[in-house]
Each structure stands twice: as C-alpha cells, then as structure tokens.
Design a protein around this ligand. Structure first.
Ligand code: UD1
Ligand code: CA
Length: 462
C-alpha cells in the first residue's frame, strides 16, 4: 500500500554526555525508558513496520524492547552518524512503498497528537519530507532549520557547522522526520561526511529533497536528552503533564510537587494522593483511596477506599477498604483481601491474607496463607526459611495468634484456634483448640542472686 507507514527509531548512540554505562535511550523518564516514551508517541498512526536501530550495548536495548509487538532490530555496528544509522534500514525496507517516520530515540516528550498531525500535513501536501521544528529560547546544540515564509525548508545546518550569523536563527530541528521512502532513497545512499564531526548527517538529505515542509511545535515537546540535566528537566515536564491530567480527571494531589507518578500508572477519580508519595510501574489505584503521606506503590493494585499511610507495596495486591500502615511493607506477590487492617511495622511477603483479618503490630508473614477473620497478634512471626528452602504456613478462619507467636514452617493451624502468647509452634494444630507452647512459669519466693547470698552470709558471720 503506497500510504503505509514504517517507523525507524535511532537508538544506536552511546550518549557520551550522560556519563553512564547505561545506553542513553535506556535511561528512564516517568517509568518508561526514553526509547519506550518515543514509541508511545506513535500510538495514533498505526505503523505497519517498527524498526529500532541499535548499536551501543545492542543486546541491552533489544532486551528492553523485546515485549514491543512486531518490533524489528537493525544493527549499526559503528556509530558514524544519524544518516549512517538510517542507511542501515535500507535492506530491511527493500521494496517498501510508503512513508518512513524517523524518530530520535532521545526525544521523549512528543505527544501522539503531534505525530498524527505531522503525518496528516505530510500526506495532505504530498511532501518529500516533513520535519518537526521548534523556536527555542536557547537553541545551543541543535541543528538550525532554514526555511521561507511558507515553511518550505531549504536546509538544516548543525550548530557546530553554523556561522555566527546562522546561529541567530532560533528555529531548530527536532530530529523527527517523515520521508517519502522513494524520495529519500534517491539521496540517502549518497551522503558524505564532510562536516566538523566527519559524520554522515541525516539532516544533509534535506537540501536535496523537495518539497520539505517544517511544522513548528512547542519547544517542550521536542527537547532532546543529551545529559542528565536535560533528563531532569524533561522529567519535570512529563510529571506536570501526568499530574495535570489526573487533577482534571478528579484526583486530588496534596503538595503535587512532592509526588511522582509514572505514566504507566492508572489512578481512578476521587483518589487523594498525600505528599511524598511515589506511584510506579503498572499500578492501579482504585476510586476513593487515600495514598500517603510517604508511600511507595509499585506494580500493585490498591482496591477502592483503601488507606495507605507511610507504607510500601510492591508487586502485590490490596483489596478494598484496607487500612494499611503506618510502616507496612507488602511485597513479592502478596495479596491482602478486603477489609483488612495491616498495621504498624508489619511485613508481608508472598502471602495471602483472607478478608476481614487483622495484623496490626510488629509482625512478619512470609509464604503464608490465612483464612478470613484471622487475628494475627502483635509480634507474630513465621519462621519460613531454614537457610535453604522456604516453607509454607496455613492459618484457618477466625484463628487468633497470641502476641509473640513463632510459627515454624511448614505448619498448618486449623480454624478457630487460639494460640497462647509467647508460643513457638513446630507442629500442626487441629481446629477448635487452645494451644500453649511455652515453658510454664516458675516462681521461687525469697530468691536472691548468688553474689548477694554470699555477702549476706559474710555479714551474718561478722
Ligand atoms: C540531532 C540532529 C540535530 C537535531 C537534534 C535534535 C543530526 C546530524 N542532527 O543532533 O539537527 O537538532 O538531533 O535532538 O541528525 N544515533 C544513532 N547512530 C549514530 C548517531 C546517533 O543511532 O551513529 C542516535 C542516537 O542514539 C540518538 C539520535 O540518533 O538517539 C540522535 O543522535 P545525537 O548524537 O544525540 O544527535 P544530536 O547531536 O542531538
Ligand atoms: Ca540528541
């Protein structure tokens, strides 16, 4: 189909100015890597082909993108410039008819709407190329775009190759291009590297193509990330976008500047997020929750109307009407059912807590399965690890563990059991029992420590 669309993402560079062992495009912005953010900007244009050009630490980049449907990888083994990078897709696109959208892997703030508009402009005007541009207050480092009053582009000159007069031009190249593939193919194979960096610049194809149209967009959308200062500035822009959208959708954010929320998080209306709270990964916060102050939720689902104060929930689920914290840590695939009270200084790992249960103080449960209405007494601990393997603990409905109970797993405690305070249990307990597993109390009247007894005897003798 002549109108089909392929995308190529330039992601082969090291990103020297990041001063990092991690490839630049894998640095994170609001929860996604830079290159994933770039991919997210193409969701409205339905590309038929998606090609990532990888090079520096190619395997790491491939792994990070492995889950993207229909992604293809092309390797640029030596990074000889952006033009050289796009040359690498020529064999993969042999016989392709349509448009090629080229995206810089380090321009992560683009919106899907902008890419959609760009493609529309490109198609409506039958352009050989359409490029995104921005009028920047400080265009230092960016390529300058020279065009006429109708935004028809003559050429792009890199900052370092510009004369002083040319640097006065504040219209910059965003590094986002839509090319008619057949037009691009007449020029791309013939690029030269006669510039200050001896690189093959993709921007050099522009002066030989016609018509090329510039589309001005807001500078914030096309900011390129070359160092960590720019990454931090982009994070602020992204956070503001995410929070503005949530605020308008009915979420309350108290002291919004102190809160961070990944773009991958879903927050339903009528949720209140208190200060110093971080919501990350594929988390979902259901309606009516109050999260924070001082909480971290990562890859977890928090059910409706749950309160979470000064607590950490990772890779887990808390159902509706929970009262969690302060200082609870729920992790590793734990599941807390509805109406539970998980209190002060409690850790729950890979355990299931039945509905209407309480675990209010100073406890650790690992690899445990609890029924409903269980009361876990203060200081109850599962001894679930023998130094080599983890073992399971089962506790039946309505059972009460006494304060300072130790449950040595594997162990099964039946329903309606009461465990006496201070018990260490190593054997299973049948339902409906009272179990006491502690040494009986001995009281010796008139007893004194040995040294006192000697002194007393000496005194008597004198
Ligand atoms: C590029 C543009 C510049 C534009 C700016 C916008 C060129 C020559 N210049 O400059 O006009 O204003 O982007 O941000 O294109 N890459 C490869 N292989 C390479 C070189 C780079 O894959 O051989 C990738 C990088 O990983 C990066 C992207 O291309 O994702 C851009 O490269 P970078 O070196 O950052 O280009 P700029 O100097 O910023
Ligand atoms: Ca760049």
């Amino acid at each position: 189909m002549a109108d089909s669309l392929a995308i190529a993402i330039l992601a082969a560079g090291k990103g020297t100015r990041m001063r990092s062992s991690l490839p630049k495009v894998l640095h994170r912005l609001s929860g996604l890597t830079l290159v994933e953010n770039v991919l997210a900007s193409t969701t409205l244009v339905n590309p038929t082909r998606k090609i990532a050009i990888v090079g520096y630490e190619a395997e790491q980049v491939k792994t990070a993108l492995a889950e993207v449907p229909n992604i293809e990888f092309v390797e640029q083994t030596e990074q000889l410039g952006t033009g050289h990078a796009v040359q690498q897709v020529i064999p993969a696109l042999e016989g392709f008819e349509g448009n090629l959208l080229v995206l810089n892997g380090d321009v992560p703030l683009l919106t899907p709407e902008t890419i959609e508009n760009m493609l529309k402009t490109h198609r409506d005007n039958n352009n050989a190329a359409t490029i995104l541009t921005a009028q920047m207050d400080d265009p230092t480092g960016y390529g300058r775009v020279f065009c006429d009053d109708d935004l028809i582009v003559e050429e792009i000159i890199e900052h370092r190759d510009c004369t002083d007069a040319q640097r006065e031009n504040s219209r910059t190249n965003a590094g986002i291009y839509c090319f008619s593939w057949s037009a691009l193919m007449t020029i791309l194979p013939h690029l030269k590297s006669d510039n200050d960096q001896n690189e093959y610049y993709l921007t050099d194809v522009i002066k030989d193509l016609s018509p090329v149209m510039a589309m001005d967009v807001s500078p914030a959308e096309v900011a390129g990330i070359n160092n960590r200062k720019q990454l931090s500035e982009a994070e602020a822009v992204m956070q503001k976008r995410i929070k503005d959208e949530l605020l308008l959708s009915g979420v309350t954010l108290i002291n919004a500047d102190s809160i961070t929320i990944d773009s991958t998080v879903t927050v339903e209306p009528d949720v209140t997020i208190e200060p110093q709270t971080n919501l990350r990964g594929n988390s979902v916060i259901k309606a009516g929750c109050v999260i924070g102050p001082g909480s971290l939720v990562e890859n977890s689902i928090i059910g409706a109307n749950t309160m979470l104060i000064h607590s950490v929930v990772t890779d887990s689920e808390v159902a509706e009407n929970g009262r969690i914290g302060p200082f609870a840590h729920i992790r590793g695939g734990a599941s807390v059912s509805r109406n539970c009270r998980i209190g002060n200084f409690v850790e729950i790992k890979k355990s299931v807590i039945g509905a209407n249960s309480n675990m209010a103080h100073l406890s650790y449960l690992g690899d445990a399965e609890l029924g409903e209405q269980v009361n876990v007494g203060a200081g109850t601990i599962t001894a679930n690890y023998d130094g080599q393997n983890k073992h399971k603990t089962f506790i039946g409905d309505r059972t009460k563990t006494g304060a300072n109970t130790t449950l040595v797993a594997p162990i099964t405690i039946g329903k309606d059991v009461t465990i006496a305070a201070g018990s260490t249990l190593t054997k299973d307990v049948e339902p409906d029992c009272l179990v006491v597993a502690r040494s009986p109390q001995k009281t010796l009247p008139g007893w004194k420590p040995k040294y006192l007894r000697t002194i007393l005897r000496t005194e008597l003798r004198d």
